[in-house]
Each structure stands twice: as C-alpha cells, then as structure tokens.
Design a protein around this ligand. Structure first.
Ligand code: KET
Length: 424
C-alpha cells in the first residue's frame, strides 16, 4: 500500500531525528511586525494601569463620559430585528438594499447615475475593505498605474496600496507653517502628474489634518482633474463628521459629479453610525453606462470571493433598515449632528483651556480644523512625554482624536499639552 499509517510515519520521523528540525524551521525567519501607528496606541493605552489615562489615539467616538456610543437608531433596529434575522450568506456583492441606500448618501438622493444603473457597487468590509478592494481592482485592470496619496494621510492608506502592489506617489496637501491647505503646491502636483493619474482624495474631514479644501478650491481641483484626465478616488470615512450633515459633507463628490467625472468612492459606517466593529461599508465606481457597471461589479465580486467570499450580514441590515425608514433616518441624522457638535464644543474647550494657562503658542488651529481630529503640531518627542509623564495616548504625528476629549479630561489634557509645549 502506498499510504503509510500515521503511527509508522511518526516512528520513522522520530528515529531519523530529521523531522523535528525540519518542522521547526517554518517560521524561523519571521520577525515581529512593527506596531501599527494608530491601533498600537490603543494597545499601549489598554496596558497602562493609571487611573488618569486618556486615549485620544484612535478615531472612535466617545460620549462626554468617555464611553463608546451605540446610537439610538441602531438600538431601535436591533430590537426590531432581534430573533428575526436569519444567518444566511449575503450575495458576494453584499446587501443590495444597503448598497442602494449608501449610494444615495454619496451621489445624492435622486442621482441620475443610480437610476441609470451606471454605478458598480459592492458592500465592503468597512472603509478599509473598500479601499483595499479598489486598490486590488486598480492593480488588476490598470497594472501600470500608480496612486497619488496626500501628505500626510491616514497611515493605513500606504499599507493598503503597498499590499495591493500599486506604486505610490505623493502630492502636497498640508502646509505646516500656516497649518492649512497648501493649495498652490497641491494644484502644481495635480498639473505635473502624468495625464490620467489616479489620486486618492479625502472627501471630507481630512485625516489627520482636519483641513479640507473650500468649495471653491474643490471646484478648481475638479477642473484641473478634468484638464489632466485624472481619476479621483474618494475615501469618505467621515461623512457627517465635518459639518454635522452628511449631505453637506458630500459636496466635494457632488462637484466632481457635476463636472462629469467618473469617480470611485469608499464609504464607511464605522464613524457616522458608530458601527466600528460591524465592518459595514461600500465601494462604488461610476461607469460610463450600465453594461460597463455590470462588468465592473462582476469583477469586484470576483476579487472579493477568494478573499472573504461575501461580507457580514448583521451591520448591513442595521444600515439598510435605518436608511430605508424615514423616521429612523431622521433620528440618525440628529445623532450624527450631536456627535459632530460635541466634538466642535471640545475643540473650543481645549483651545480655551490651553490659552488660559498662558501658552505662548497659537492654538487657533484647534478650532479651525474640522472633523474628528486635531493635528496639533506637537512633535513625536512631545507626544512621548505626554504618554510617559501624563498617561495621555495619541499617535506620534501629534494627532489628537477630539472624539476622546470630554469635559472631564479636557483641562487635564490642556495642562499636559501646555507643560510639554511651553518651552518649545
Ligand atoms: N479612511 C480613513 C481616512 C480613516 O481615517 C479610516 C479610519 C478608514 C478609512 C477606515 O475605517 P473603517 O473602520 O475601515 O471603516 N481611521 C481610524 C481608525 C483606524 O485607523 O482604523 C483612525 O484613523 O483612527
């Protein structure tokens, strides 16, 4: 018999002494991966036993008691669907209803593109999954292309396009001296990129800087994209967090649509519906016609199938139920506004508290910036001091997640920031 029993194989292996050595070499060359610059902060925070510790690292909303929030509209849906949800697979492209509602948020309630079936869209594993699926799609169908990424950007963008093996270029975005947009350099980079380049844009509430182009500047960007034939891929992880109104926060996208661009969008419900761990999002690509959209969607599904087969069902049902019910949607919109307003209030409080201490520096940018983050301008060394001396945790680029600031910790935070920056 060709097949040797397991027992005799074990004996042979033991007696030769070869197997054990051979087996143990499998992962010998594996070194520990570097800590993630954002999620690694959460790990360090959790490991700190100090009762005074403050986490302003990851961009996750907290209420004024520092507690994670489940929105009331989500609670209501969960009560409604409890026990009624079957656990069947979703289709490869995810929940059709969820995707339909999600497109309305980005493209507009009555967008002609939706009615004309020109959008290829699939449910994604939240915003990260949408970006990754697009990066893989880009690599497969435009294998010689590159992606232009703003400086700075969400750290994970670099990982995503790196793992998809799409070469990365950068374009100017933030101007450290003015703590605003480096619009002239940005426009130059758009002009100087080869025609038909791919650009990653943050649709609103830019992470980490909290600096967005004005409406007028978006129009100029769109115009220049048109002239150069560039492709705009919008990462929209914070729709609703910039202005408190998801409709207003879609302005950049609407400007591009009005100008006739064929764009791509990554959407996420992590932040604006508080569905972080549910991993609900959507990747969409606006196509020339329905036939093209059908083809593109089928290819997106084919990319998804060997990776995760089909996306999770629970969060998608929460989203489609909320957005499909006018009453629930109204509650959601109110709750988004409450979250955005609390953050705006904390910006004012943080700035006032630091200024009250007599800081020699300007902290105007704390209230000028928008969205979930304050790009404080603190150096990595100052951030290290905050962690080591005050148990305050943030990313080393000086980004403060304003969502973690509360009336209870704002003066402690302000004091500590003043301590580490006053002699700078
Ligand atoms: N895009 C941007 C710009 C972004 O800031 C995040 C998350 C995502 C996409 C992905 O979110 P998802 O949960 O996949 O829908 N940013 C926060 C959390 C993280 O790093 O994962 C953060 O910057 O803290």
């Amino acid at each position: 018999m060709a097949f040797r029993g397991l027992a005799s194989w074990r004996v042979a292996r033991r007696s030769s002494g070869l197997g054990a050595r051979w087996m143990s070499t499998w992962w010998r060359s594996v070194e520990p991966a570097p800590k993630d610059p954002i999620l690694g902060v959460t790990d360090a925070f959790l490991a700190d036993p100090s009762p005074n510790k403050v986490n302003v690292g990851v961009g996750a909303y907290r209420d004024d008691n520092g507690k994670p929030v489940v929105l009331e509209c989500v609670r209501k849906v969960e009560r409604r669907i409890a026990g009624n949800l079957n656990m069947e697979y979703l289709p490869m492209g995810g929940s059709v209803k969820m995707v339909e509602e999600t497109l309305k948020l980005a493209y507009g309630e009555n967008a002609e593109f939706i009615n004309d079936k020109r959008i290829a869209a699939v449910q994604s594993l939240s915003g990260t999954g949408a970006c990754r699926l697009f990066a893989d799609f880009q690599k497969r169908f435009r294998p010689d292309s590159q992606i232009y990424i703003p400086v700075p950007t969400w750290a994970n963008h670099h990982n995503i396009w790196r793992d998809a093996e799409v070469p990365q270029r950068t374009f100017h975005y933030y101007h450290p001296e003015s703590r605003g947009l480096d619009f002239a350099a940005l426009m130059d980079d758009i002009k100087n990129a080869p025609n038909g380049s791919f650009f990653l844009l943050h649709a609103c509430a830019h992470n980490p800087t909290g600096v967005d182009p004005s409406e007028e500047q978006w129009r100029e960007i769109s115009y220049q994209f048109k002239a150069k034939g560039h492709f705009a891929f919008f990462d929209m992880a914070y729709q609703g967090f910039a202005s408190g109104d998801p409709e207003r926060d879609a302005k950049s996208i609407r400007i591009f649509l009005d100008d006739g661009h064929l764009i791509g969008i990554a959407q996420s419900y992590a932040k604006n519906m508080g569905l972080y761990g549910q991993r609900v999002g959507c990747l969409s690509l606006l196509c020339e016609d329905e036939k093209q959209a059908v083809a593109v969607k089928s290819q997106l599904q084919q990319l998804a199938r060997p990776m995760y087969s089909n996306p999770p069902v629970h969060g998608a049902l929460i989203v489609s139920t909320i957005l499909g019910d006018p009453e629930l949607k109204k509650i959601w919109l109110k709750e988004v506004k409450v979250m955005a307003d609390r953050i705006i209030g904390m910006r004012t409080a943080l700035r006032e508290n630091i200024e009250k201490l007599g800081s020699p520096l300007s902290w105007e940018h704390v209230t000028n910036q928008i969205g979930m983050f304050c790009y404080s301008g603190m150096t990595p060394e100052q951030v290290d001091r905050l962690r080591n001396e005050f148990h305050i945790y943030m990313t080393r680029n000086g980004r403060i997640s304003m969502a973690g600031v509360t009336t209870g910790n704002v003066s402690y935070l302000a004091n500590a920031i003043h301590e580490v920056t006053k002699s700078a």
